[in-house]
Write a protein that binds this ligand. Structure first.
Ligand SMILES: [Zn+2]
Length: 296
């Protein structure tokens, strides 16, 4: 079994919101056992629990909100907390969006590690997949299978661009998250940028916080951090979205082309299906090597 964990010290940083384009200050604060992950909009005085029940929008990012007060783009920070096994934390934000940083989770991970991680005197609760469950919508499928550990598989298919078919399978633990998933950046197509901006989104987006694809080319001069960076980023998003279940999910989650909207619908249906059971024993996290397949 594993004990619940929080951070040792408060840590503060700031960055630009990807969609709003405005600077946002953020503080990560230690929290007591059984507190969970809670956001606090400091400028509005509103607490928002990181729960699928508080998701109010999933267009281009996952947005949580309460009483008309929202926080956009929570997924990369949530993925960092899930990946580093932080169960209890208070995230204070002075604005409507978690900063984009470099489009990946690596800065959040570094700040959390800088704050330090401490065990708390209570066992962590897992949601264990007891029975197979399948969620489907046109073109998208997500499956949950019983598994002694936290494993994620993602199958990506892009309409065009380099490496349009990618698949990755990862045994999730602190080490695999840090080295294989956290550095993978947000990506998008140049043709979509204009559409996003017309809708008041991606105003803070640039080549310094996203991989931009134009036709068959990656526009970022430094290139990709991994040949399959896009599939890895999809896993990163999924880890963040799945943490909105309220506890780590023990099982193997396999996705075909899901995004924020389908990830959240999947969590709701999975919980409603009764396929999950609460358990206090840690799943054995097998140290299998990362498997990455290039289908095309
Ligand atoms: Zn993302």
């Amino acid at each position: 079994m594993r004990f619940q964990r929080t951070i040792k010290n408060e840590v503060r940083f700031e960055g630009i919101g990807l969609h709003s384009g405005r600077p946002v200050r953020i503080s990560l604060k230690p929290a007591p056992r059984d507190h969970g992950v809670i956001f606090f909009r400091k400028d509005r005085g509103i607490y928002i629990k990181a729960s699928f029940q508080n998701v109010i929008d999933t267009a281009f990012a996952t947005t949580i909100g309460v009483d008309g007060v929202r926080i956009r783009t929570v997924e990369h920070l949530l993925a960092s907390l899930s990946g580093l096994c932080i169960d209890n934390i208070l995230v204070e934000i002075e604005g409507p969006e978690v900063p984009a940083m470099d489009g990946s989770a690596i800065f959040f991970v570094e700040y959390i590690l800088k704050a330090g991680i401490v065990n708390q005197a209570k066992k962590v609760t897992y949601l264990e997949v007891k029975r197979p469950f399948l969620y489907e919508e046109p073109g998208i499928r997500i499956m949950a299978l019983p598994y002694r550990g936290r494993k994620l598989t993602y199958n990506l298919e892009l309409p065009h661009g380099p490496l349009k078919k990618q698949a990755i399978s990862i045994e999730l633990n602190e080490e695999t998250f840090l080295s294989h998933i956290a550095p993978a950046r947000t990506f998008g197509f140049l043709k979509d940028v204009e559409y996003l901006r017309k809708n008041g989104l991606a105003l803070g987006g640039s080549l310094s916080n996203a991989v931009v694809i134009d036709g068959e080319k990656v526009l970022n001069t430094e290139g990709l951090r991994f040949p399959d960076e896009f599939a890895r980023h999809k896993v990163l998003d999924m880890i963040g979205d799945l943490y909105l279940a309220g506890a780590p999910i023990a099982g193997h989650i396999i996705s075909w082309k899901s995004g924020h909207s389908s990830n959240i619908k999947f969590i709701k249906k999975l919980i409603a299906s009764g396929s999950l059971e609460v358990m206090n024993e840690e799943p054995a996290e097998r140290a299998l090597p990362l498997k990455s397949l290039y289908l095309q």
